[in-house]
Design a protein. Structure first.
Length: 175
């Protein structure tokens, strides 16, 4: 089993191989997953309380069939849905930016390759290999970060849609 120091050395080596852009990708990935975990926590705790409050408020209404009652029902559902989807656009933005940062790493790595070629005056493959490696690692990291974010975003989107449908089913109107 790796010790913490060996793991840190491997991580540091990976960051050195991929360049400074990997730090931005790592920071963005951490931020994105913090948002995803916050939404998961919201669904496990606060959302249940909010739904219970809305259900109690709706059931306490003496009249639930008029046009006004249906508009109040729509407003209640809208408030819950708005709170459910509070950080979803930001999560989607993080998912979209991760590959773009990877592409930035690719461009900076290729610039290093061209600098080496300009300094050495030749197409020495060994001197270009580190630059090509530096160009591909951020691309891979950006794609992996985006894919992990897509998994979290898809789960949260489906959960929010299911919760909305469930709430709509529970807020019944009298006919």
């Amino acid at each position: 089993m790796y010790s913490l120091f060996q793991l840190w050395d491997q991580l540091r080596g990976f960051l050195e191989m991929g360049g400074q852009v990997l730090l931005f990708i790592a920071g963005l990935t951490f931020f994105m997953w913090a948002l995803i975990l916050e939404r998961l926590w919201y669904f496990r705790t606060e959302h249940k309380h909010q739904v219970a409050y809305v259900l109690n408020a709706w059931e306490a209404r003496p009249e639930r069939s008029s046009w006004n009652a249906r508009q109040i029902r729509r407003a209640m559902i809208s408030q819950v849905v708005t709170r459910m989807n509070a950080t979803m656009p930001l999560i989607k933005t993080c998912v979209a930016v991760c590959p773009l940062l990877g592409l930035l790493g690719t461009v900076t790595g290729m610039i290093e390759v061209f600098d080496v070629m300009a300094l050495t005056g030749s197409g020495n493959v060994r001197s270009m290999a580190s630059g090509v490696s530096k160009a591909t690692i951020p691309t891979m990291a950006g794609m992996v970060a985006a894919l992990s974010g897509i998994i979290g975003d898809t789960y949260l989107s489906r959960r929010a849609a299911a919760e909305q449908e469930l709430l709509e089913d529970h807020l019944t109107t009298d006919h």
